[in-house]
Design a protein around this ligand. Structure first.
Ligand code: PFF
Length: 455
């Protein structure tokens, strides 16, 4: 780790190498969003058509907003609220900044619950409590038994504890080392499980489900879901990538890092789809099971592998670690805000965030137990936090960011921070600017109108 001395906000840490910057950014993007959330959203919204819309949103909205966030982070070397204020974004900027901080804590709350399930599943696989040899290795009842009671609440809080312990250790060291090793290993493991999928009897159906689009499935709620998934999966719209870019060294190439992140992130989501859906069809499960889908299906996948218990244990541990590399980036948004804007010591800022996220996580964890009946707008706290953050706050944050960078800061800003040097990269920057000015705001606006029934 080195220090950067010319930042407006004093000495700020920077990632030590270009590879570390990319690995850490990919580490933030790749997590439960790809492996848990993408398959269940795709399952609920009809598979192939969802995948196509999701990929279109990644290209047309995700990469441009990612570049906008990167440029703002590099230009200001600041947290999201500080970045908007240094660039003189006025009240809308302050709103977007605070929305980002609140959304990061909301996401942290429900994300930790799912990460807590990975602890339960790792232990259950390790101790043999998950019986992979049984005819029904794990149906819905088993999922409820494993995750419903106080134990899973305990794992949720334990996960949050690990997360904030890492945060207390500083920004780059722990995250950087973990991402450098973890991302390649996780990728290899997923490829292995993917190959296994092709030995299952339902592989044709599964692959057809995820790759042959049925466009009659396209509807407002699906479009909103696919857009929300693109934002969630790329960690966009709440300043996570902006904050990370503020720790990049000057040599990190922003546009290239954005494309690498989007490609790897989408590849992991597709791999997850290829792992889950063949198993869904082989074992006659429903692709529409919702948030519990992956945790119900994966034990079936492992039951088909030689030494399934070992693979299961390894996989759930890796998933736990991949969740950590994502939650550290979420936590950094709020911690950087409290420490830089509210002038708290880093320690106090970390403890404040831990308390808020801990309270939110408790509410979400109890949604799968004693508070399952407590609903707002027909949703449990867990579903509500996920819906509001992913489908509303993140796209709204992305809307403000792209309008601000595209219309107020405009091309000179992009050219300066994306550093186009060849005609090709200049053309690419032109494409990004066009998307920021026209495509992102229009698409996000229309989808919002559409989903509240105005259009
Ligand atoms: N992109 C992460 C995932 O797919 O699991 C989730 C996430 C991380 C969202 C960081 C937002 C964030 F700031």
């Amino acid at each position: 780790m080195t220090k950067h001395s010319s930042s407006p906000s004093g000495n700020r840490a920077v990632f030590s190498t270009r590879f570390a910057a990319v690995a850490t950014t990919v580490g933030s993007a790749v997590g439960l969003g790809n492996i848990w959330r993408f398959p269940y959203e795709a399952g609920v919204h009809g598979g192939g058509a969802f995948l196509i819309c999701y990929l279109a949103f990644v290209m047309l909205i995700g990469v441009p907003v990612l570049c906008a966030e990167f440029c703002m982070g590099r230009a200001t070397r600041s947290n999201i609220v500080g970045a908007y204020s240094r660039l003189k974004a006025g009240k809308p900027g302050l709103f977007a900044g605070l929305l980002g901080v609140v959304s990061s804590l909301l996401i942290l709350s429900f994300y930790s619950v799912v990460a807590g399930w990975t602890v339960e599943y790792s232990l259950a696989s390790l101790t043999g409590a998950l019986d992979f040899s049984a005819a029904d290795p794990m149906g819905h009842d088993r999922f409820a038994v494993l995750t419903g009671g106080w134990r899973s609440t305990l794992w949720t809080l334990l996960f949050l504890g690990c997360n904030f312990a890492i945060m207390l250790g500083g920004v780059t060291k722990g995250i950087e080392r973990m991402s450098n090793v973890l991302m390649p290993v996780l990728f290899l493991l997923l490829i292995l499980f993917c190959v296994n999928s092709f030995t299952l009897s339902g592989w044709r159906q599964g692959v057809a489900f995820i790759f042959s689009p049925d466009f009659s499935k396209v509807n407002p709620s699906m479009l909103l879901g696919a857009m929300g998934q693109a934002f969630f999966s790329l960690s966009l719209g709440l300043g996570g990538m902006m904050t990370y870019a503020s720790y990049f060294s000057k040599t990190t190439r922003l546009a290239r890092t954005a494309v690498t992140t989007a490609v790897l992130d989408s590849a992991v989501a597709i791999l997850a789809g290829v792992i889950i859906f063949p198993a869904v069809f082989t074992f006659n499960l429903s692709p529409e099971a919702g948030p519990t889908l992956v945790f119900e299906v994966l034990p079936y996948v492992f039951s088909q592998l030689p030494a399934g218990r070992m693979w299961a244990t390894l996989f759930f541990i890796l998933l736990f670690l991949a969740s950590l590399t994502s939650t550290v980036s979420m936590s950094e948004i709020a911690i950087a805000y409290f420490s830089e804007e509210r002038r708290m010591s880093r320690r106090k800022a970390t403890l404040t965030c831990a308390l808020i996220a801990g309270a939110g996580a408790l509410l979400c964890a109890l949604s799968f137990g004693p508070a399952a009946g407590f609903k707002v707008c027909g949703m449990t706290m867990f579903n509500l936090f996920d819906y509001v953050a992913s489908n509303i706050s993140l796209p709204l944050g992305g809307f403000i960011c792209s309008v601000f960078v595209g219309w107020k800061l405009r091309s000179p800003f992009l050219n300066r921070y994306l550093q186009p040097v060849t005609p090709l990269t200049r053309a690419y920057t032109g494409y990004l600017g066009f998307c920021m000015r026209w495509v992102c705001p229009t698409a996000i606006f229309l989808i919002f109108l559409n989903s509240i029934g105005i259009l």
